[in-house]
Design a protein around this ligand. Structure first.
Ligand code: F6R
Length: 616
């Protein structure tokens, strides 16, 4: 979490930094700050809350594009890990002598002992953050070493944790420094200008030439160019790549919120995810090259590790892959998996699902599996991410940049890729009948158009949002492959409307949760034509018998005689039950959106959250 940017060039630094920070605000918005050099003065401005608060604090002359005297600076948008968001905690932090300013993404785990040591040496701390100790440490080490790269090398020997740092020092007015250790940092190379950013998204407005720093690397940017060394001081040749910037553009395209735009993008996202992989229902799915094909088909079991929405997508994948491929599939929250010495070996395929590809728990869990000899496959929206780089195989989900903190289109894309993977494995292993696999492929091809149909329910759902938007609690129930969708519906609602919501398997209601039911707690039930339809109806009737208002999201027709079980019902097209989660999730995404909008919440940037959870 936290977005960091640095700029060295000929433009006026503050507008450049603020524009870049705007694109990184999804990484955290508890506070923001900038520092820049102006002649021999280091200026620092900070504000708690969103970037706009900082913007309104900055003198207007800083926005003049011809402010040529200011061309070295850094900026930060923060998701708080240490210290409540207030006016002291925002980065940049500045050394006691006022020479050095530093921004940081990550966590310094040994900050307590460093702080004690540096306080004893006379350093004055202005915040309780872990970051502040780093700037004092640099200041301290720079007293006896004038080569700043050597100072940074020494700093890395003292820090424990994951961190990306960007630093400027008044005594080196044409140099911008960066350090990367298990938190992303990218160099952007433009015409007579250089950038650092925690995500290429921050750079694409300015350049398409980038170089991803690797772990344990330090970079010095100067008018002479890009100099990289590793933590041992050995020079490293930076690998410069040309990136395609088209799908990284951040634009609401006329929608009120990014979330709504991203929900509506789902038909195209599905087309992209299927393209070149599913050519026709008669042909086998193509996902990997020959070498990868051979390796992946040696596997005997699958583990999926992921967090949040990506975890819910993994649960759908489990139902699908186990059913089709007949191999065991386990799904576990990455933050739990990594602490329990899991039983994985070279016959295990570990699938890491991550929209951002930067989720710290997922990265650590996958690294463990690489070390244990498992085959690791990344399913991610960011081919340039740490997870993609460190995995043996990558399946990009091709959802395009997702800006809203609340994930929607990436879920659809992840589930689609898991479907493709399931069919691919079943075809190679000759599991499942060719007829079944063919009908699933036909179903997959129909999905984009069916999703377009479901999106037409938006107005109807807006009406429901007004009817149920003032409740305190809400329950989502489903069974089988739609059970994860109940979890996802509850997660969406909680994170953007702050209404307490739970997702349950409908079969579990009577084992406890049914005790809560009364007319004040609506129950949203997902009903799809298939083996659990009748059971679902019974579970809904049990809820109604406890005076709950039950609302159906029903795929296909509903028998007349059960219609009065439901206070309201949203009807969506019928589809093979195994593929239905892609459709059933949409009314729940729309419901969360419309409720949050009705309640006047900050839909795209819900409180306390950040898009990319790069701390453990
Ligand atoms: C919910 C949401 C989060 C993420 C989770 C994992 O809307 O966005 O629950 O799904 O933080 O993030 P990624 O997929 O980037 O690893």
């Amino acid at each position: 979490m936290c977005g960091i940017v640095g700029y060295l060039g000929k433009k006026s630094v503050v507008p450049v930094i603020l524009e870049s920070l705007q694109t990184l605000e999804y990484r955290g918005y508890d506070s923001a700050g900038v520092a820049f050099l102006e002649q021999d003065c280091l200026n620092v401005y900070k504000a708690s809350g969103k970037l706009n608060n900082l913007r309104s604090r900055l003198p207007v002359e800083l926005f003049q594009k011809n402010g040529h005297s200011r061309h070295l600076g850094i900026g930060h948008t923060r998701w708080a890990t240490h210290g409540a968001p207030n006016d002291e905690t925002p980065h940049p932090h500045v050394s006691c002598d006022g020479n050095i300013a530093l921004i940081h993404n990550g966590i310094v785990e040994n900050f307590g002992e460093l702080r004690e040591e540096l306080t004893r040496k006379g350093h004055i701390f202005h915040s309780k953050t872990d970051t502040e100790c780093v700037v004092h440490l640099i200041e301290d080490l720079a007293k006896t070493e004038t080569d700043f790269l050597k100072v940074l090398q020494q700093v890395t020997r003292r820090l424990v944790g994951a961190y990306a740092l960007v630093i400027i020092d008044k005594r080196h007015p044409d140099k911008l420094y960066g350090v990367r250790n298990h938190a992303p940092l990218v160099v952007g190379i433009g015409d007579d200008e250089l950038f650092l950013g925690s995500d290429v998204v921050a750079l694409v407005e300015h350049t398409n030439q980038v170089s991803y720093l690797q772990n344990e690397e330090i970079v010095e940017l100067s008018p002479e160019g890009v100099k990289v060394i590793n933590f041992n001081g050995q020079p490293v040749e930076p690998l410069v790549e040309k990136i395609s910037t088209g799908n990284l553009a951040v634009d609401k395209k006329g929608f009120k919120h990014f979330m709504l735009k991203e929900i509506y993008e789902q038909p195209d996202v599905l087309r992209n995810s299927l393209s070149m992989r599913l050519l026709s229902p008669e042909e086998p799915i193509q996902l990997f090259d020959e070498a990868a094909d051979a390796k992946i088909n040696e596997i005997e079991r699958v583990y999926v590790v992921a967090c949040g929405t990506s975890y819910n997508a993994g649960l759908v994948g489990r139902y699908f892959i186990e059913e089709l491929v007949r191999i065991p599939v386990e799904v576990e929250a990455a933050g739990e998996f990594r602490y329990r010495n899991p039983l994985v070996d070279e016959k295990t395929l570990v699938i890491g699902i991550s929209q951002s590809g930067e989720t710290a728990d997922t990265i650590t869990a996958l690294r463990q599996c690489v070390n244990k000899g498992a085959k690791v496959l990344a399913i991610t929206n960011r081919e340039d991410s740490t997870i993609a780089r460190e995995s043996h195989f990558v399946l990009p989900v091709r959802a395009g940049i997702e800006v809203s903190v609340c994930a929607t289109k990436s879920f659809a894309a992840q589930v689609t890729v898991l479907y493709l993977l399931g069919i691919y494995l079943a075809e190679r292993r000759q599991q499942s009948s060719p007829e079944l696999l063919k009908s699933l492929k036909v179903g997959l091809q129909r999905l984009p158009v069916l999703v377009e149909n479901v999106l037409h329910t938006s107005e109807e759902i807006q009406t429901l949002a007004k009817k149920y938007g003032n409740v305190r609690d809400l329950i989502f129930i489903a069974r089988g492959i739609n059970y994860p969708v109940a979890l996802e519906g509850a997660l969406k609602l909680k994170e953007i409307s702050y209404i307490h919501a739970e997702g349950y398997s409908a079969s579990e209601l009577k084992h406890g949760p049914i005790a809560m039911l009364d007319p004040s707690i609506p129950v949203i039930a997902i009903l799809t034509d298939g083996i659990v339809y009748d059971k679902m109806i019974s579970n809904c009737q049990e809820a109604k018998a406890r005076d709950a208002q039950v609302i159906a999201v029903n795929s296909g027709p509903m028998p007349e005689d059960v219609r009065d079980t439901f206070e309201d019902a949203v009807f969506i097209p019928q589809l093979e039950e195994m593929l239905s989660p892609i459709l059933t999730v949409i009314p729940l995404q729309l419901l969360a959106y419309h409720i949050a909008e009705y309640l006047g919440k900050d839909v795209d940037q819900p409180r306390n959250l950040a898009k990319s959870v790069t701390v453990e």
